[in-house]
Write a protein that binds this ligand. Sequence first.
Ligand code: NAD
Length: 279
Amino acid sequence: MMASVSAETKTMDCLHFINGKYCSSVDHKTFENINPATEEVIGTVAEGGKKEIDLAVAAARKALNGPWKEISTQERSKIIRRIGDIILERIDELAMLETLDTGKPLWLAKQLDIPRAAYNFHFFADYMISVGTEAYEQDNIAINYAVRRPVGVVGLINPWNLPLLLLTWKLAPCLAAGNTAVMKPAEWTPMTATLLGEICKEAGVPDGVVNIVHGFGPDSAGAALSEHPDVDAISFTGETSTGTVIMQSAAKTLKKLSYELGGKNPNIIFAAEPKNKVI
Ligand code: NAD
């Protein structure tokens, strides 16, 4: 099943992407997606929770120890590069969805968000085949060397302000290092993340390597992901206060954490005419 985008009505229903397939929540729960610029409903979103996170983590674990492990570094790099290529091929559609979801100008999504999302994959496709490892000589006794291995199943939790740009800034290095991913996009901006599922599949990413579960944070999909005993690391971008909650849940299973936090930048809005056309 493909993600169902309607270019005519500018709407999209967002499903989870688990083990290479789009699916509803186990109990078929959904919530509405609102365009913040017009306050119109632009689709429904599958509302995931613990059950869907469990399914996604199990798929990611299986893929980590299965097909993803078997693929050579060169081949993995080619697949990651192809994801970036397809993002550029679909730039118009992705930019439109990003604008509908965030309310940001179309020119901005087209010039910044989507090209940078593609660049994230292109950058890490190159980086992963050029990165070396260190060796340390111990007098004349031994040479100790470092070996790079994937961390495992990684949870990627994303905010709403740069939906595809930040999600791919997490996913590209995650895949480059040989990990598998369970992504939890922001509940406000699920559209481009949903499309990323089929883009990854088309690029040749094996089923289960990239999983997407929609839903809310506290007592929902976000919390279930950060508490999950079979998730090895969490990469989170968002509010500092959310970061403290995630750190507490992750501590129980000693997960590795990577954070980009924020939360106090005001918007200053001027009356001037925009230089560029907006939709
Ligand atoms: P948020 O912290 O409310 O939500 C971010 C994500 O965390 C969402 O997917 C949400 O569902 C999830 N979440 C919320 N509570 C959770 C919980 N208890 N457990 C697990 N997941 C949970 O942030 P937001 O309002 O979506 O994003 C805006 C914030 O992100 C701002 O504070 C901004 O400064 C910050 N930000 C920082 C950077 C950076 O580079 N430092 C970049 C972009 C955004």
